[in-house]
Design a protein around this ligand. Structure first.
Ligand code: VGL
Ligand code: ZN
Length: 200
């Protein structure tokens, strides 16, 4: 088994004080850094939206953050503007050891499609390329940590399990947004996909 750590979206905008802050999002960083030494590869994901992205409430007249809209690919939650390409909020949190990353994969750059998962955009068909990267490196086992547990970690973990990776989500090294029961649904979805949820 060759194991990679996938660190999801530990960015300034998802940490306290950020545009889409996740409560205690910064509390997991030190332990994530410690985990990097115990794996064969480290991948960081970075939410990376162009200005006016279709997932921003500000791009939909009369709509506010956290409302749902119907996109060509299905329902989409609208978010406050966040992780805009090149802005400070899109940068990794200063405490995250990004020097240790073998690969940084950006997602959400397609103006018309959001991308929660590190593997596929929200249409569930457009790949990011991460699957091929991991396979060609011979990586079969993944440990996922980061933000937010009920959105990007959840979608990444379910896709990874469906792609045939052995997937562990370290729940203690994630934090959730928890919108309309999204945390409970996410835990159910991950368990149903065969993701191993642990809290060490
Ligand atoms: C995320 C909402 C919008 C996440 C990204 O990283 O979980 N959530 N964009
Ligand atoms: Zn986003």
């Amino acid at each position: 088994m060759t194991k990679a750590l996938i660190v999801i979206d530990v960015q300034i905008d998802f940490c306290p004080g950020g545009a889409l802050e996740v409560a205690q999002g910064d509390k997991i960083i030190e332990q994530i850094n410690d985990l990097m030494a115990n794996v064969d590869g480290v991948v960081l994901t970075q939410d990376w939206h162009p200005l006016g992205h279709s997932s921003f409430a500000s791009s939909h007249a009369g709509k506010g953050p956290y409302e749902l809209v119907e996109m060509s690919y299905g329902p989409q939650v609208l978010w406050p503007d966040h992780c805009v390409q090149g802005t400070k909020g899109a940068a990794f949190h200063a405490d995250l050891n990004d020097t240790a990353a073998d690969l940084i994969i950006r997602k959400g750059y397609n103006p018309k499609i959001d991308s929660y998962s590190a593997f596929y955009e929200n249409d569930h068909t457009t790949p990011t390329g991460l699957d091929g990267y991991l396979r060609t490196r011979g990586i079969t086992e993944l440990v996922l940590v980061g933000l937010a547990l009920d959105f990007c970690v959840n979608f990444s973990a379910v896709d990874a399990a469906n792609l045939g990776f052995k997937v562990e989500v370290r729940q203690d090294l994630c934090r959730a947004i928890d919108l309309n029961n999204s945390l409970e649904s996410a835990i159910e979805a991950m368990a149903a996909a065969g993701v191993i949820l642990t809290q060490t």
